[in-house]
Structures are given as structure tokens and as C-alpha cells.
Write a new protein. Structure first.
Length: 128
């Protein structure tokens, strides 16, 4: 965003996050775990759906073909859900960086959320 090389920008961002105390919020964030569990659940549903469709259509398959069909459904479901959840996780990470860079912008945009963050993590909202 500021025209820095990739590695330098990464170091600068991490320093900003640590200096503002946002690293505590990042460590307490459970969104990665929730999204991973969601990917697995969607994959299992995709696996079940592919097997259900094959059985409803009365497709005759060997045991190995059933396993391959289930695996294909699981794999496709996982890949599609991973793409969707990566967008959500990227937005979450962008929120943390924006919070570290300018917490007062959140205060003017969403005062209730800012107040909850200020009460839980007061070091984030204090000036550096």
C-alpha cells in the first residue's frame, strides 16, 4: 500500500501490530479455527451429497469407486470452501491491520465495537 518491498512491508506491519498491542487480539482470535472446522464440515457434507446423488440415481459402483466418489466430493467441497473462507480470513486480517494503524477510525465508524475492544484490550486504543 505504501510502495515498500514485500519483506520490508511485512516487517513494518508486524512491528506496527506488536507496538499497538493488536498481537494480543490476533492471538485470541478463533476465526481461523472456526473457518477450518467449517471447511471440514462442508467437505463432509459434499462427500455425503455426492454419495447420496449416486445412490439416488442408482449408479452401480464397486467399493473402490464409492470410496473414490466420496473422496472426490470431499476434496471438491474442501477446495471450494477453502477459497470462500480465505476471503473471510483475509478480511479479518485486514481489520486487525487497520485497527493497529488507526483505531480512532473504528471509534468514529462503530463506537460500540471500539468500546468493547477498548475495555478488553486497552493498550490497542492508547497512543503509541
Amino acid at each position: 500500500m505504501y510502495g515498500l518491498p514485500y519483506v520490508e512491508a511485512g516487517k513494518s506491519t508486524w512491528t506496527l501490530i506488536k507496538d499497538r498491542g493488536v498481537d494480543a487480539i490476533v492471538n485470541d482470535s478463533l476465526i481461523g479455527n472456526v473457518l477450518s472446522l467449517g471447511c471440514i464440515l462442508i467437505s463432509l457434507l459434499s462427500c455425503a451429497a455426492s454419495l447420496l446423488v449416486a445412490s439416488v440415481m442408482r449408479i452401480v459402483l464397486d467399493t473402490l469407486e464409492w470410496v473414490l466418489l466420496g473422496f472426490a466430493g470431499f476434496f471438491i467441497g474442501f477446495m471450494v470452501s477453502a477459497v470462500v473462507t480465505s476471503v473471510i480470513e483475509s478480511a479479518n486480517n485486514a481489520f486487525f491491520v487497520c485497527l493497529a494503524e488507526d483505531p480512532q477510525a473504528l471509534a468514529s465508524y462503530n463506537p460500540e465495537l471500539f468500546e468493547k475492544i477498548r475495555q478488553t484490550y486497552p493498550e490497542v486504543t492508547t497512543p503509541v
